[in-house]
Design a protein around this ligand. Structure first.
Ligand code: CP3
Length: 345
């Protein structure tokens, strides 16, 4: 606190010149941190989420510990679904598990509209608190309809997403009703976060890579276009779109009115640029390299950065989230390395 506001991340989202490449990490608050584990001894996941003081503390942890250039609200993609009638629990080592999965139009009709001020006041209060505490931008986030639907239909995590895709192919009316519902929830949740002070938003479509480009175009792109377009019309913060295993979808993503694309590690940033993609990019070091000898990690990070900075608008991140066995010390050294290597003075 009291430090000069560091807006490098926001500048990179707008393709403006930056004093160094900004860094943050997906899942930068979590079980790899001893302090987080200690807080989790006392509170369940959703208890943290619903207590603004604690939630703000957890959100700030990686900023203070690693020196990253942005904070991301501590919550889960399932957070806004709980108050609209989804019985979700976060189960240790598994992720979100739902005991009333969706299989019919009637199930979809039972989902309520999200009224953020009434349904998730603690999230908006956490954001307001954080804006007074942080000297870096705060990223708000939500899940994207396909990824949320995969949990709602499968009842939990999945490998092949066969049930979800089967539903999508065989019940087009129900599928569209579900996409429309989840798009509405996403937009109202993100707009409320932005009105409360979120300075950028990331939409996590983690599992959409399960679809072919053809299916993405037919079943998903219209919904994602509507989400990003509505955000653009009503707010003026940068929007970021992320999915893992989805390099085959990048040409479709490039047509969306999203501002920044967050790239997973399976494709090089040079190849992404070669596809004709000119949006700012975020990514994309393989998170497994956090377990490699530091020299190798550094060499690979350097490669990613060299490709990333070949055009204006680049944010360093991992290609997916930090995992529990990663070390705080390695992440701190990596953050310092990115800053030193790209520093203009
Ligand atoms: O990035 C951050 O620091 C903010 C917090 C955040 C969490 N989940 C906290 C969390 C964010 C941005 C998410 C997003 C999220 N949640 C995604 C999209 C990002 C991605 O990784 O693809 C997805 C798919 C989920 C669903 C989910 N929730 C999963 C797969 C898991 C992990 C399961 C496991 O145990 O490994 C969760 C649980 C979860 N969400 C934890 C945290 C810190 C860990 C569980 C805990 O503390 O009990």
């Amino acid at each position: 606190m009291g430090k000069k506001f560091n807006d490098t991340f926001l500048k990179a989202c707008r393709k403006e010149e930056v004093p160094h490449v900004p860094v943050w990490y997906m899942r930068q608050a979590g079980r790899y941190q001893p302090e987080y584990r200690a807080i989790r001894e006392k509170y369940s996941f959703f208890e943290i989420n619903e207590n603004p003081e604690v939630c703000a503390e957890v959100t700030r942890l990686p900023v203070e510990q690693l020196g990253v250039d942005a904070a991301i609200l501590f919550a889960d993609i399932m957070t806004p679904l709980k108050p609209i009638g989804v019985h979700v629990d976060i189960v240790e080592g598994i992720g979100p598990v739902i005991d009333n999965p969706i299989s019919s139009l009637q199930d979809i009709g039972k989902l309520k509209d999200l009224k953020p001020e009434e349904d998730v006041p603690y999230i908006l209060d956490t954001i307001k608190l954080l804006r007074n505490q942080l000297d870096v931008p705060l990223i708000g986030f939500s899940g994207a309809p396909f990824t949320l639907a995969s949990y709602l239909i499968e009842g939990g995590p999945s490998k092949g997403y066969h049930k979800t895709k089967g539903f999508m192919y065989s019940k087009p009316k129900e599928w569209q009703a579900l996409m429309d519902k989840l798009a509405e929830v996403t937009v109202s949740y993100l707009q409320a976060q932005i009105h409360s002070g979120a300075q950028a938003v990331q939409v996590f479509d983690s599992w959409v890579g399960a679809l072919s480009a053809e299916d993405y175009k037919e079943y998903i792109a219209p919904t994602m276009t509507r989400i990003f377009k509505t955000l653009k019309e009503n707010t003026n913060v940068p929007s970021i779109y992320f999915g893992s295993g989805s390099s085959h979808l990048l040409e479709e993503w490039n047509k969306l009115p999203a501002d920044v694309l967050s790239i997973d590690w399976r494709i090089s940033l040079d190849k992404v640029r070669a596809l004709g993609i000119d949006k700012p990019l975020q990514g994309n070091l393989d998170p497994s390299l956090l377990l490699a000898p530091f020299e190798l990690l550094k060499e690979r990070a350097k490669k990613v950065i060299d490709q990333g900075i070949s055009r204006p608008g680049y944010i360093f991140n991992l290609g997916h989230g930090i995992f529990p066995s990663a070390s705080v010390d390695t992440l701190k050294k990596l953050t310092d390395f990115v800053h030193d290597y790209t520093s203009k003075n």
